[in-house]
Design a protein around this ligand. Structure first.
Ligand SMILES: Cc1ncc(COP(=O)(O)O)c(C=O)c1O
Length: 459
């Protein structure tokens, strides 16, 4: 039976109400709202429940327990907020319920994926003819790019890793910067290359890999460079890394989960420019471009290497001459992420994407300026959208973060930067306004004052 129009209208009405209230509510949910989630912890019912009652429970109990990421004052991790076009497309896509595995399963999903991948490749300044894949996020995009690297390096050594695995394979070397993102190490672990077996390269005061500290490289080495340090936003020196690696026949993979998107901005694209020399790239559309969760992207210069890594065939899954989405990505049945990605990019255009990047960087600079003005210490060079802040001792800094999170005006996370506790502010949402920054600054300043008055006591 089709869902009734009433049910879908009710869902839309509830969603709109949620969004309309999001700006006025606490960013993190109230403790009482989190406690109320216990109402969801019930045994699975024996019989069916009316979908209207299911939706009512979800909204009544679930909505207050969410984090208001869509309302402009969420600065946690590197999370954007879904653009209106992305969100609306997701609603329509839910009605379509397409499996984006094969072209025959959804011509629309396949075409939108093709188009969106090509738009992103172009915007990021990556080489024409790259192989591309949509993944759940940058973790899987890193895994995808690194799997293609593993394939290509071992193929050159006469080894078929997809058929024979790593047992007895010629050893590969993996080089990472000391500030490598943990998810890239996880991807290496999943690929049998080892989280710990990497050679780590020293970094500078912003977390950039020091090219002068690179070890000797060879044709069985993959070097993992970073475009956008998750804390400081800094970029590895890609030109030197790529030149050194390619002279030695090594592969360069780029984790550009958010930083690569600076390529979309005339003001910031110099930061990402040299990364186009690499061999594979991972990024996220659910971070800075504000596509709804989840949406990662992997690109590989040698499309054949990517396809050879990911392709599979059987009598019922016969590849055609066209690009089949699942022949380039780890999964088979999959969400049609290209729909929202296409819609978000189509709604922004090049100018909108550039504006999103530049506006959020501008807000980060406003944060840094405002925090310095009240005596906080900004620990990083604020080159893009990331700001690291200390409020004195580590105890004080942690206490300020806790107070800010409890206050609810905005939400900022914590981290450690060069052995010091730091607040991490990431401005990644299209919805953030200068007024949001100023309201958040006032809340942070108040928390800082209270902490200094009470000698760092917890709220
Ligand atoms: C540099 C970097 N790489 C990888 C990731 C992992 O991304 P995802 O959570 O989409 O898998 C992140 C997430 O913040 C990141 O900042």
């Amino acid at each position: 039976m089709l869902p009734t129009a009433d049910l879908l209208h009710d869902a839309a009405r509830r969603a709109v109400t949620y969004l309309e209230r999001a700006r006025d509510r606490r960013v993190a949910p109230a403790t009482s709202a989190v406690e109320a989630l216990d109402a969801l912890s019930e045994p699975l019912t024996d019989g069916p429940v009316d979908p209207r009652d299911v939706l009512d429970l979800l909204d009544r109990v679930g909505s207050p327990g969410t984090v208001a990421t869509n309302a402009g004052r969420y600065f946690g991790f590197v999370n954007g907020g879904a653009l209106p076009a992305s969100m609306a497309a997701a609603w329509l896509a839910a009605a379509w319920d397409q499996n984006a595995s094969l072209r025959v399963m959804s011509p629309t999903a396949a075409v939108l994926e093709d188009v969106a991948l090509e738009w992103v490749r172009d915007v990021l300044g990556l080489p024409a003819g790259c192989g591309g894949a949509l993944t759940t996020g940058a973790t899987m995009a890193n895994l995808t790019g690194l799997a293609a690297a593993r394939h290509a390096l071992l193929e050159r050594a006469g080894w078929d890793v997809e058929s024979d695995g790593l047992f007895g394979a010629p050893p590969l070397t993996v080089v990472v910067g000391d500030e490598v993102h943990v998810s890239l190490l996880k991807a290496l672990g999943l690929l049998g290359l080892g989280r710990q077996r990497v050679q780590r390269v020293a970094v500078d005061d912003q977390g950039r890999m020091r090219a002068d500290c690179l070890p000797a490289l060879d044709a069985r080495t993959m070097v993992c460079a970073q475009a956008g340090n998750v804390n400081s936003g800094a970029f590895d020196p890609a030109a030197e890394i790529c030149a050194r690696a390619h002279d030695a026949g090594a592969w360069v993979h780029v984790d550009g989960a958010f930083g690569l998107w600076t390529a979309a901005s005339p003001r910031h694209r110099h930061l990402a420019a040299a990364f186009g020399e690499a061999d594979s790239w991972a990024t996220d559309a659910h971070k800075w471009p504000n596509v709804g969760y989840d949406c990662g992207l992997a690109f590989v210069r040698d499309a054949r290497a990517l396809r050879s890594t990911m392709a599979m065939s059987s009598a019922y899954f016969a590849p055609t001459g066209d690009r089949e989405p699942s022949q380039f990505t780890p999964e088979m049945s999959r969400r049609a992420r290209g729909i929202e990605l296409w819609a978000a990019l189509r709604s922004l255009g090049r100018a909108g994407l550039a504006d999103l990047i530049e506006r959020t960087c501008g807000h980060a600079a406003r944060f840094a300026e405002g925090l310095r003005a009240v005596g906080a210490e900004v620990l990083n060079e604020v080159a893009i959208n990331q700001v690291l802040v200390s409020f004195g001792s580590d105890t004080d800094t942690r206490a300020v973060i806790e107070r800010v999170q409890q206050d609810g005006t905005c939400w900022c996370g914590g981290t450690e930067w060069h052995g010091r506790a730091a607040m991490r502010i990431s401005v990644s949402s299209w919805a953030t306004t200068a007024e949001d920054v100023d309201r958040s600054l006032a809340a942070i300043e108040l928390a800082m004052t209270r902490v200094h008055e009470t000698g760092g006591a917890r709220p």
